[in-house]
Design a protein around this ligand. Structure first.
Ligand SMILES: C[S@@+](CC[C@H](N)C(=O)[O-])C[C@H]1O[C@@H](n2cnc3c(N)ncnc32)[C@H](O)[C@@H]1O
Length: 245
């Protein structure tokens, strides 16, 4: 009797790990989040019970209820797959679920997934680090839990690191304004990648000052920094970069 905390990757079913696929195929129960696509759920064992615990307006799935559900399922079934978008430990609250299971004495495993923080920019041709362009990358949430300390965007403006922002669409105007107030150039490239690695992937490339007026939609990964101008899917751009080095 084990609960497996599994990362589903960024959306494209082919970006599931082999381990995630084999667990889905042997699952008695699959407990899934909003970002896990129907295509991925379709890979689960035909007899598996599928339970949607996606948090969205109008639902009552608090994290505590989800923890209790996992404990109870883990006490009844031999293979419980708790699957989440990306990696379970990157802004996924997988750590809290592991803690709750450990406290209750329920066996669990952790199956890492490909995080959207890196895979979604890559799918849009953006390397989050690139020789001579960016030597560091910082992954930040644009959404802070109530009562927690908010992100110091002005400090991030001074780090000379590519910024990758998850859950940042609603606060994009504030984030851009704060970054500019912290000294980041108004002309800094920004890429907003919506539905990355999925059929409906969209990429918007703008400058930081324009981000104040943009209405972005979730799920999107926002990349801020010189690399956001790159599209290495484009052989012409790639050739220019190689010649410049
Ligand atoms: C609650 S966080 C979960 C992150 C996840 N654990 C991971 O490692 O990718 C959800 C956020 O991830 C980002 N995200 C996840 N999948 C995405 C996708 N396919 N395209 C764009 N953004 C995505 C968005 O910023 C979204 O708001």
């Amino acid at each position: 009797m084990t609960v497996h905390l599994v990362g589903a990757g960024p959306g494209d079913p082919e970006l599931l790990t082999v381990k995630a696929l084999s667990l889905l195929q042997s699952a008695d129960v699959v407990v899934f989040d909003r970002l896990v696509s129907a295509e991925i759920l379709g890979l689960a064992c035909a007899t598996a019970e599928l339970i949607d615990v996606g948090k969205r307006p109008g639902t009552s799935h608090t994290q505590e209820l989800i923890n209790d559900l996992l404990i109870s399922l883990g006490q009844q079934h031999s293979v419980v797959v708790r699957i989440k978008g990306g990696d379970p430990f990157v802004f996924g609250r997988g750590g809290e679920e592991a803690e709750a299971l450990a406290r209750a004495g329920v066996a669990y495993t952790i199956v890492p997934g490909i995080s959207s923080a890196f895979a979604v920019p890559a799918a849009a041709g953006i390397p989050v680090t690139h020789r001579l362009v960016s030597r560091a990358v910082t992954v930040v949430t644009g959404h802070c839990a109530q009562g927690s300390q908010s992100v110091d965007w002005r400090a991030h403006a001074r780090t000379d690191s590519t910024l990758v922002i998850l859950m940042g669409t609603e606060r994009l105007a504030t984030i851009a304004t704060e970054l500019m107030a912290g000294g980041l150039e108004a002309s800094t490239p920004v890429a907003i990648v919506h539905n990355g690695t999925r059929d409906k992937q969209q990429v918007l490339r703008i400058q930081l000052h324009e981000a104040v007026f943009i209405r972005a939609h979730a799920p999107s990964v926002i990349v801020i920094g010189a690399v956001a101008d790159l599209d290495l899917r484009d052989p012409l751009q790639l050739a220019q970069l190689v010649n410049a080095q």
